[in-house]
Design a protein around this ligand. Structure first.
Ligand SMILES: [Zn+2]
Ligand SMILES: [Zn+2]
Length: 58
């Protein structure tokens, strides 16, 4: 989390700087249990972006 400076990664991609409030797992733990401790599988997001990504996920 420190590497992201608690900024929302998705907002940054869209040119916005927003404080991150959530940590999202890119790959589902159910299908990728081996990635549970992989820091690269986590991304800092703000609440709004997190909800969007969770809706997009199958
Ligand atoms: Zn965001
Ligand atoms: Zn999530």
């Amino acid at each position: 989390m420190q590497r992201d400076r608690y900024l929302c990664r998705r907002c940054l991609e869209h040119g916005r700087v927003t404080s991150a409030t959530d940590s999202h797992h890119i790959r589902k733990m159910a299908t990728h249990p081996d990635l549970h401790l992989d820091a690269d599988n986590r991304v800092s997001l703000c609440r709004e972006c997190h909800e969007v990504l969770e809706k997009d996920a199958d």
